[in-house]
Design a protein. Structure first.
Lengths: 161, 388
């Protein structure tokens, strides 16, 4: 039941309990309880809105930063990751396999602010060996949703039989 | 001018769905629940394979019976889903949709006056195809109280010494009915006893919602007397690719291939390459789509229950088939009024045979949002009718 609830609300967090109950053939109250439990257990961590900021007048600059760090004895990468993810402008921090260690994504209002963050805050951390900053020029698809304006109309034609 | 035309063809009834669609087309804000094809686009990796084949110049005919690799994949697919082994070399024919297979299968078997048993409500092509092949169609009017399943009794009652073929249309369009292994057991007994050939149209086999589909070919001794029909349209959302296939005993495939080669040459090449990819790597997509259909199915069933519209629970295809007899209208009157007053298009059940009278077909090959709005409108409509 959890897998089903999760797979539906992962795509549409706005779906009503009533609809969920009809789709899954379960009582609304049971679903509500299950969702609450999953929130408490930290399985459901939040309900966000995917916004295509490019269509607004608000400026946003996004960057991906590859970070190479020295892991600490006994703590691995956790400590340094924490020091980075505590910054509110940091959108995500992943530990990555391959040529570098942490992938940090950042959202700021301007290029300058990102530059500032990288040079003043991130690079100056003791364990950080090097950084490489990539600016995002255009988002085609985000979180499984295509952002370019492809038409979604029903183009099926009438056909018989 | 009539002499100009074939009497047989002139006398064929035009499809009952058509008329309806013409009205819908003229109505701008109408919601249609009439379409019998998936709303999903073909999964990208399958389309990609079609594009790749074009880029690499695979633009020639294939052999008449289809690409060898495709036939091998089809044979593997049937083996892994049904445990039946077909020889890709001479027991499989790739066709232009399942519909071609219906046509040429009947033509390959029928001698003038042979009887073809057609359970209805069912897909509208069986009857005209049987007539065109020179057969006499014998209709079984399936009953709602049997969940539109074909019963042994019904079958037995219409068998004569002219009976040649039984068309077995499950999972069923328009009712969504399925046959379980148990349901089939008693049918199989009669079929063997009376020496009947079965044409099993399993185009919706991938779309069942409780148990996995069982093919009648998996019964002992049935593979030898069955023309199995399937295709890519419904399972992989590939309607526009026009690709299906049929599996049957060698001697039947041989004759079907003759008609196929003279009339069609071969199925579309691009589609065949794409279909190989579908069978190799498409199971996950089918599962995803099936899940999605199932959510909508449950939603509709519960919504119909809420508005107290009588409907048996369908376990296959993507249709529900509620009963509208309480309103004392014919299916056509009901569907027309619903379309005019609330702008929701459904298909009147009688389009699928006399026994579909008193029912309407609702397709759930639509987004949940569309279904929601449509069901709200239907509820408004029947509330109004009940208060009249």
């Amino acid at each position: 039941m959890r897998t089903e609830i999760l797979s539906i609300i992962e795509k549409n967090s706005k779906i009503s309990l009533k609809e969920l109950s009809m789709m899954l053939n379960m009582a609304e109250i049971d679903i509500a309880n299950e969702i609450q439990k999953m929130e408490e257990e930290g399985i459901i961590c939040g309900y966000h809105t995917l916004i295509n900021w490019e269509k607004t007048s608000i400026e946003k600059v996004n960057a991906l930063i590859e970070v190479r760090v020295t892991p600490q004895r006994g703590k691995g990468f956790d400590n340094i990751a924490q020091r980075i993810y505590k910054y509110p402008e940091v959108k995500s921090v992943y530990l990555i396999s391959g040529g570098f260690d942490l992938l940090v994504t950042l959202e700021e209002k301007s290029l300058k602010e990102i530059a500032q963050f990288v040079s003043e805050k991130l690079s100056t951390l003791d364990s950080v060996l090097s950084t490489a900053t990539h600016f995002i020029l255009k988002k085609y698809k985000d979180n499984g949703t295509i952002l370019t304006s492809e038409q979604n109309d029903d183009i099926r034609e009438a056909i018989t039989p | 001018m009539k002499e100009l035309l074939s009497k047989k063809i002139v006398n064929l009834k035009p499809s009952g769905i058509r008329k309806f669609f013409d009205i819908v087309q003229d109505m701008k804000d109408a919601i249609s629940l009439g379409v019998g094809e998936p709303d999903f686009e073909t999964p990208w990796h399958i389309r990609e394979e079609g594009i790749y084949s074009l880029e690499h110049g695979r633009t020639f005919y294939t052999s008449n019976s289809g690409l060898k690799d495709l036939k091998i994949e089809i044979s593997k697919y049937i083996n892994r889903t049904q445990g039946i082994k077909y020889d890709f070399n001479n027991e499989i024919l790739v066709t232009v949709g399942g519909s071609e297979a219906i046509d040429i299968g009947l033509r390959a078997l029928i001698n003038d006056g042979d009887e073809v048993i057609i359970p209805q409500p069912s897909y509208v092509s069986y009857e005209p195809c049987a007539i065109m092949a020179g057969a006499k169609p014998v209709i079984i009017n399936l009953k709602a109280e049997n969940q539109f399943k074909l019963t042994a009794q019904e079958l037995e009652n219409c068998i004569t010494d002219k009976t040649k073929i039984l068309i077995l249309p499950y999972p069923n369009n328009p009712t969504g009915a399925i046959l379980t292994r148990q349901d089939m057991e008693s049918l199989v007994k009669i079929i063997k006893e009376k020496d009947i050939i079965v044409m099993s149209d399993e185009i919706y086999s991938a779309l069942t919602y409780n148990d996995k589909h069982v093919s009648i070919c998996s019964f002992d001794g049935m593979k030898e007397r069955t023309i199995l029909i399937n295709g890519f349209s419904k399972a992989y959302a590939m309607t526009g690719w026009r690709l299906g296939y049929t599996c049957a005993p060698k001697e039947i495939i041989k004759q079907m291939t003759k008609i196929h080669q003279y009339a069609i040459m071969c199925a579309p090449t691009t589609s065949q390459y794409a279909a190989i990819e579908a069978l190799k790597n498409g199971d996950k997509d089918v599962e995803e789509m099936c899940k999605s259909y199932n959510y909508r199915r449950c939603f509709l069933i519960n919504r119909l229950k809420e508005m107290k519209l009588d409907c048996f629970e369908p376990f296959g295809a993507f249709y529900v088939f509620p009963c509208i007899k309480e309103f004392n209208m014919t299916s056509e009157e009901f569907a027309t009024k619903l379309l005019k007053e609330e702008k929701v298009a459904t298909v009147p059940g009688n389009a699928f045979g006399e026994s579909g009278e008193g029912f309407i077909r609702i397709s759930y090959a639509y987004s949940l949002d569309t279904l929601k709005t449509a069901m709200d409108r239907i509820e408004k409509f029947i509330t109004k009718l009940r208060n009249e």
